[in-house]
Every structure is written in C-alpha cells, then in structure tokens.
Write a protein that binds this ligand. Structure first.
Ligand code: PEP
Ligand code: MG
Length: 838
C-alpha cells in the first residue's frame, strides 16, 4: 500500500539541485518507488534530481511524497526525519543575489572620467579589482570528429554513454570527498545529476533513434537545461548551467568534447565567457585567475556563488562578453563598480594598481584586528556583536570579527509600506541574515513601531507624546496577527541557525510574562501544524527605567537582556532623544545614568542572566572602559566599529576599568567623567585622533591631482577611517569643483563630508614630485592634507581643525617644520603640537 508524507517547502530558494540531490540520496537505498509532487504538477521520481528540480518547488509550497513498495514505510520514515530535521539547513546559498559592490551601476572613478578609457559596464557580483590577460572561453561544443561521426550500433553507443556516465559520477564523488564547503556540496549535486535516471533515459532514447552517444548527450543536456530555463524562479533557471556542466564532463569521458573544459591559465588572467560552468571554474588554476567577465549567467548560478566564495572580482550581464577583446589583451575588471576596462591605458592601470595596494593594506589591518576574541589583558572577555538590518551588513561585520548580531532591528521591514510584511517575507529576510551570520547567534528584536517610527497600516492614533505612548510591545496586544506572523517567522528561522527573540519597550514584569507566553503559544501552534521548532531564548530590551529596579523579578521570566541606552537615557533624563533643545541633558556619561546601568548589569548577573548593550553608547570607543567596568557580557556596535573595538578591548585591563567606573559613578557631571576617562590614559582618543601616524605617507609617486587625491583616500582606507573610497573620492571632487583647494606655498588641503567616512581624519601625503593643482599662487603642490569628516558631524567641530590648519599654513616656520618632518611619527608630532590636538 502506498505511504505518503506531506510537508511545506522550507527553503527560500525552493528545491534546487543541491537539496534535490540530498533528498535523492535519502531514498536511494530503498526498493520502494518514491515520487514527489507539488500542487498542480504531476509527480516525478524522487531519485531524478533533474525532474525534481524541474518541478520548480518554491518556498512554502505544499509537497507530497509517496512511497510504494516493500520498504515504503521505512523510506517515508527516513524522509520525514530528514525533512523535519535537516532540509531547512541544506540550502546554504545565503549570499545569493547580494552584490559585493554597487550592483548594476557603471561607476567609472572620478579620476578616470576625463581620460580616454575604453570600458563596458555590467553588474558587479563580487568586489575587488582584477588585472590580467584576457582568456576567452567558448560554450558546450563537440569536437570536429564527433560532429562527423555516425553511430556504430545502438548497443555500442549505449555502452559508451553508460561507461562515460559511470566514470563521470565516480569522478565527481571522489572530488566531492576531497573538496570542502560549497565546492563539496556542488560536486555532490553534480554527481547526482550525472546519475539522474531521467537524463540517462532521455539520452538512451535519443540513441535508439539512431544518433551517436555524443550527439544524444548534447541534445538531452540542452533539452533538460531548456526546461530549467523556463522555470519561474531565477534560482532554478540558473541551474541550467549545472546540467550543461555535467553533460560536458560526460562528453569529455566519451572523448568527443570540443571547446575548452580545462581552461589553462598561464599568467594572471581574466576569463571572458558567455556562460562558464562551475566545473570549468573549479578546474582552473585559481592562483592565476584575476577576474571573470560573464554574459548571460545568473547572479545565483553556482559559478557566481563559487566566484564569490573564492573572492574573484566578477562582473556579469556583460553584453557580447566573448567578443569584446582579443585573447591576450591586458584588461582590468572592476568588481566594485561593475566595469571592465578593455583598453585601460596607463592612467587607469596606475589608478587600479594603487587601489589594489590600499585595499590589501586595509584587508591586512582588518585581518589582524578581527582575529580571536575580545579579551582584556587580565583575561576578561566580552562578545562584540553588530547592530544590523541586512545580510550584507552582517556579512561585512562577521568578516571583521563580529561574534554575532546583538540587535536585528526588524522595523525596517515594517516601515514605508501599505500592509505588514507576511510571515514568508519575514522568514526569507531573517533567513538571509541568519545565514550571513554563519552560526553566530542573532538577536531578532520584534517590531518596534511607534515613537519616531510610525506605520499607517497599524491605525495608530495621533498621540501628544508618541515616545510615551503606544510604542513597541505596547502595540502588540492590539495587533495579534502582526505579532504572530513575526514570531512564527522567527521560530521557523531558528531551525536555520541560532536565534534569540527580544521584545522592545518592556516596562513591567507582567509584560515580559505576557510576551513569553505569546512566544510559547506560537510554538505550540506551529507544533500543532507539524512544524517543529527548536527552543529559542526569549529576552527583553532594557530601555524603560522602571525595569531597572525589578531585574531580580525579570530574571525569573526572561533568558537574557540587552540595554537600549538610546531610549533608556531619554526616559531616564526625561529628554526627547531627537530634540536638539534638550540635547545638553542627553548624555550617557551622566553619573546617575552610569549608576543605573551598573545596577541593571549587577541585577542581571545576580540572577544568572546574560546581558548585553545595543544602544549607541556601546559603540563609542571612549565608553569602552566604563562598559568593561560594568561587566557586560556583550556590546553590540555598528558594523564598521567591530574590529577596532575588539582591538581596544585587548589593550584594556578589566580591573582598572572597574575602578574607573566606580570613580565615574562618584562624579557629579558628565564633564567630570570625561576628564576622568581622559586622565586614565585610555587610548581611544589616540586611536581615533584626527591626526595619526597611520594617516601619513611621506613618499608618494602620484603624478597628478587625481592620483594624489586617490593616494590620500587610499591611506584613509588602509587605516580603517573610511568605508567606500569611491564615494569619498566623489565627495572630494564635488568640493574641488567649487574652488581649488591649492592654498599656495606647495600645500593643498582638499576636504569633504561623506557618510562613507567613519572617523574624522586628516591624511597627509607628501609627493616626491610637485604637481599642478590650480593653486592660488600658480605653484606646484608637494604636500596634500586631506581632511574628511562623517556627514553626521553636524557641529562642524572638525572643520575648525581645517580653519586652524589653513591659518597655520600661512606661517613659514610651520610649513618648514611640516616639510622637514621626515617620518610619519615626526609628521604626527608636528601636527599634534601645532594644531593643539591632545
Ligand atoms: C535603544 O533604544 O538603545 C535601541 C537600541 O533601540 P532603538 O534605537 O531602535 O530604539
Ligand atoms: Mg529603543
């Protein structure tokens, strides 16, 4: 009697080749015939990966698996176990569709816009800059001999193809065993395609109609790939190239493959292809592969996924990719701007070589900073998490050493729209983040609407004081469906990776109990629907002062806490966090506030609970000794700050920090606390000082204004002061367009404000040869002082440095001292003294 099992597809990208091959593996040992179907489509054999992929099963579609035969019950039991426990985590394509650079935009750097640079634009899917000789790769093709051949006999051709398939399958299996991660998964999926009964049957049927094995493989491969290309899901469409890939390998075994499967790279190379198979990429000598320029290949194709995991600068959607340049032409792939420079010329070559050098220096700095845990000299550890809203931010932060996501603000999904996001939309969004966190814990905060973040569809009444009104958790009782959809999505995502749920704006223990019950009720509801969930810690934000004195009671109700200092400070001091008129009172270093924070942390620790801090206070480097003194388990900070904060923790002593905090709590004013921290010798001011030796280059070979500006920006990038060099470059040039910053006397002081600047900084670049700048005195410039400030620097305090610098440069003795300073240390010392920077 047939036995059946129903489930809902949990995979964001549907059942594509990898999950399908794993499902096929589960049933392969059974004798029962096992089929799978989805609503409205005919059932197909589960062992045929291609047929299953062709079903185009999407996330949340209902599927039914039916087994019929002697061991049907055990086959279904094994499948049920697999689907419930493992299927959701098979799909590890978290970085699908996320470009590393500025996707889709042709972004010729400002410095090259007036040059004669030939380029084509495409879509950047993996960042970085690649330079090398063009290697052109064609598609699937038969050798001339194979094209002329006629079939020997049906039996002989069938034997030939069966042998080739068996060899391909065995070889892929062997390669999968010695590969790792995504490459191993891919090779296993390809092995399953090679072994696919539907593909084999189709090839043999074609042979029986009097064609050669080779032609049958090509025709069958094209037919299956053609079916996949018709799928509605872009992800499944991109799997067509996998079929072509496997067929190529079969043809190679028959000895009839034309074209180039094994692309031999002799020197630094950039490969141009219309579509490149993953197998071709895997077989290349990647130590020589500098870039990929591809045409009609999807951003979710395995080739692109692999390129990203190997960090090969890649541009796709390039029209006529194989006809752009002759083989051997020296080209540049700009994976940041999505450009291919087909005849770069000297200026472009120098520009990109300089960019490669600064990126390498920046990567090296981050590699060093991100290594290991944040542990003080006297062995106290603190987790450094990241506040984030998107997978890209999380990916960047984990590369910089983030230990987890300390606050996922989910409101972004809820704002600026007509209706609340569905459970599925949320499931997919959170899955992306959890996968980007790659096993690190993610604290997902349920929606914090209200206050300064309204959502029309929640029909919120006009309030006199929205920050004191129906905000955060206070909205949930009126909108049970919206809360339920979010909790369901989060509980389901808990199967993908470790997550915790956190409620905002809790002001009483009763609210915490109520929230926890909602989570439990949702779990029960999911269980009743057959959706298993793992246990998920439930915590609350500590951002309303009333909870500070009942931490003992809250410890009995929740698993963890995270202090939201942004709100806690505004409610503590009764100052609107967005009101400039009372901004003077809004200061997290007020001693009363430090006291309440210490009390909260002590309360959590006494109750044995984990406690972090995710408000802005946590991300300010100057506060670090105070926070270490409190004994927090975690601080969660902006993505760009993680590595630097970890490095600072390693320079601190917890014991000294505890003593410092105690003294800070005894202070009377925030100013006293500032003075105390400064007097403690805490090095944050030095690490983030506007002037620093790491921002000085005493010998640059830049030969033009463009190159000199780029050089100075590279210095800032390498020192971790800015994030997107091209944006900073644009901002500097926009300023230059209004007036020349060549002050005269051989100095130029270009400057800009940009949100790509993370720390106000003054870069100093001394040039080995004077260059034309359009200076006021018409003279050449031999020293460039580039001042950059974050857009958020509303007070303009750093522009005062600019004014002071401009005044100082009028004095000959200052100029002489600065030009006479021979090392970065001397330049730093000179500027510190003259500009009175402590
Ligand atoms: C906080 O209040 O400190 C916090 C992190 O939450 P938000 O800034 O989103 O209100
Ligand atoms: Mg808050």
């Amino acid at each position: 009697m047939p036995v059946e099992f129903r489930f809902t597809c949990p995979l964001v990208n549907g059942i594509h080749a990898r999950p399908a091959s794993v499902l096929a593996d589960v049933v392969r040992g059974y004798r029962a015939r096992v089929t799978i179907a989805r609503d409205g489509a005919a059932a197909v054999e589960l062992v045929s990966v291609l047929s299953v992929v062709g079903l185009d099963i999407k996330v949340n579609q209902e599927c039914v698996i039916v087994a019929d035969g002697i061991d049907a019950v055990s086959a279904i039991a094994a499948l049920t176990k697999f689907v419930e426990e493992k299927l959701a985590s098979v799909d590890d394509v978290s970085d699908v569709g996320h470009a590393a650079g500025t996707e889709g935009s042709a972004n010729l750097p400002m410095a090259l816009r007036n040059r004669d640079v030939a380029f084509v634009s495409g879509r950047a899917v993996c960042g970085g800059i690649g330079m090398g000789a063009a290697v052109i790769v064609g598609g699937l093709a038969l050798s001339d001999a194979a094209l002329r051949a006629t079939p020997v006999s049906v039996e002989a051709e069938v034997t030939k193809v069966r042998d080739a398939i068996a060899k391909t399958h065995a070889e892929l299996h062997t390669r999968a065993k010695s590969a790792k991660g995504i490459a191993a998964d891919l090779l296993r999926a390809h092995a399953a395609i090679a072994d696919d009964p539907a593909l084999r049957a189709d090839i043999e049927k074609r042979i029986s109609r009097a064609t050669t094995a080779a032609r049958a493989v090509v025709a069958a491969g094209e037919a299956f790939a053609g079916e996949l290309r018709k799928a509605t899901s872009a992800y499944i469409r991109d799997r067509a190239v996998d079929v072509i890939d496997v067929c190529e390998q079969i043809l190679e075994k028959i000895g009839t493959l034309g074209g180039t499967t094994n692309v031999a790279l002799e020197n630094d190379s950039v490969v141009f292809a219309e579509t490149l198979t993953a197998n071709q990429l895997l077989k290349m000598d990647r130590s020589k592969l500098r870039g990929l320029v591809l045409g009609g290949i999807g951003a979710t194709s395995h080739t692109v996924i692999l390129a990203r995991s190997f960090r090969i600068p890649t541009v796709i959607d390039v029209r006529n990719a194989v006809g752009l340049v002759a083989a051997g032409t020296r080209v540049i792939v700009d994976g940041e701007g999505g450009l291919v420079l087909t005849s770069p010329g000297d200026a472009a070559r120098r520009y990109f070589e300089r960019e490669i050098r600064s990126r390498e220096r920046a990567a090296e700095r981050v590699r060093v900073l991100a290594q290991g845990s944040a542990t003080t000299i006297d062995d106290a550890s603190i987790e450094v998490g990241v506040n984030a809203s998107t997978p890209d931010e999380v990916r960047g932060a984990t590369a910089n050493g983030a230990d987890g996501v300390g606050l996922l603000r989910t409101e972004l999904l809820f704002l600026d729209r007509a209706t609340a996001p569905s459970e599925e939309e949320q499931y997919s969004a959170y899955t992306g983040v959890v996968k980007a966190a790659a096993g690190r814990p993610v604290i997902i905060r349920t929606f914090d609407i209200g206050g300064d973040k309204p959502a029309a569809y929640l029909n919120m009444p006009e309030e006199e004081n929205p920050f004191l009104g129906v905000r955060g958790l206070r909205l949930y009782e009126k909108h049970p469906d919206v809360l339920s959809a979010q909790l369901r999505a989060i509980l389901r995502v808990a199967l993908v990776g470790p997550v915790k749920i956190m409620a905002p704006m809790v002001s009483t223990p009763e609210e915490a109990v109520w929230f926890r019950e909602r989570v439990e009720a949702t779990r029960r509801q999911l269980a009743a629907e057959g959706v298993s969930t793992s246990s998920v810690p439930v915590g609350i934000m500590v951002e309303v002062p009333s909870v500070a004195t009942v931490m003992d009671q809250l410890c009995e109700v929740v698993d963890f806490f995270s202090i939201g200092t942004n709100d806690l400070c505004q409610y503590w001091m009764a100052v609107d966090r967005g009101n400039a008129g009372v901004a003077g009172l809004y200061n997290a270093r007020r001693p009363s506030f430090l006291r309440v924070l210490s009390q909260i942390v002590r309360g959590a620790k006494a109750g044995g609970r984990w406690i972090g801090m995710c408000g802005e206070m946590a991300g300010k480097r100057g506060n670090l000794p105070l926070l270490l003194g409190m004994g927090l388990d975690e601080i969660s900070v902006a993505p760009g700050e993680v590595a630097a904060i970890k490095a600072l923790v390693r320079e601190a002593r917890a014991e000294e920090c505890r003593a410092l905090l105690e003294r800070a709590c005894a202070c009377r004013t925030p100013g006293d606390v500032d003075a105390l921290v400064a007097a403690s010798g805490w090095r944050e001011t030095q690490a983030a000082a506007i002037v620093d030796r790491s921002l000085v280059m005493v010998e640059s070979d830049a030969t033009s204004k463009e190159e000199a500006i780029q050089e100075a920006i590279g210095v800032l990038l390498a020192a971790g002061r800015i994030e997107r060099p091209r944006d900073v470059e644009d901002a500097v040039w926009a300023r230059e367009a209004t007036y020349s910053t060549g002050l005269g006397f051989g100095f130029a002081i270009p400057h800009c404000k940009s949100d790509a600047v993370t720390i106000p900084s003054l870069a100093v670049v001394k040039l080995t040869r004077g260059i034309e700048w359009g200076s006021l005195d018409g003279g050449a410039v031999s020293a460039v002082l580039l001042l950059v400030v974050p857009s958020s620097d509303a007070a303009g305090s750093h522009m005062k440095v600019f004014a002071k610098l401009a005044r100082k440069l009028m004095h000959e003795d200052f100029r002489a001292r600065l030009m006479g300073a021979a090392s970065p240390e001397e330049v730093e010392a000179c500027l510190r003294i003259e500009l009175e920077i402590s």
